[in-house]
Design a protein around this ligand. Structure first.
Ligand code: ADP
Length: 162
């Protein structure tokens, strides 16, 4: 089942939350900053051992001080107008995160709206890609959660899902 909620993703008691990180994995603004603050300094220490992450790919970290068990680290594409493979790269973020979650037997996974903040991806186009990937994996999980930060994003996701 796909669930659309408005929440701070760091508060969710789920098997895994996904972080929209940057390729250094060493912290940044937006949801990444919030996750680092809430997970505590062990996350940065762990991530320093990972050697970064390419766009569309994923790495794994424990949840540390978060209620979530795992943090799936992925790097969304920066929006450059739409002709730089952004859609495929963004789709890879969702698919690779869900595949990694399956290998850890996660049943509940929550995603932020990857790339739609600082990275500038238009929300509706990004949400379409998110929902498509989630639908393809819906029957492999109890719950896939689209964790929106704004009410406006919730409306967009709900419209696309229905
Ligand atoms: P990116 O660099 O991939 O664009 P951002 O963190 O700037 O990542 O934004 C991605 C989305 O995460 C945006 O919709 C932003 O509003 C949202 N966001 C920011 N903080 C949180 C949070 N604590 N929980 C959930 N979503 C958040």
């Amino acid at each position: 089942m796909i669930e659309i909620i408005q929440a701070d993703i760091t508060t969710l008691e789920v098997d895994a939350i996904v972080n929209a990180a940057n390729s250094s994995l060493l912290g940044g603004g937006g949801v990444d900053g919030a996750i680092h603050r809430a997970a505590g300094p062990e996350l940065l220490a762990h991530n320093k051992t990972l050697g970064g992450c390419n766009v569309g790919e994923v790495k794994l970290a424990p949840g540390f001080e978060l209620p979530a068990k795992w943090i799936i680290l992925t790097v969304g594409p920066v929006w450059r107008g739409g002709n730089e493979d952004e859609a495929d790269l963004l789709s890879n973020c969702y698919v690779n995160s869900l595949e990694l979650a399956l290998t850890k037997s996660c049943q509940h996974v929550a995603f932020p709206a990857i790339s739609t903040g600082i990275y500038g991806y238009p929300v509706e186009a990004a949400a379409k890609i998110a929902i498509n990937a989630m639908k393809n994996y819906e029957n492999k999980f109890e719950r896939i959660i689209a964790c929106c930060f704004s009410e406006n994003d919730v409306e967009i996701y709900k419209k696309l899902l229905s």
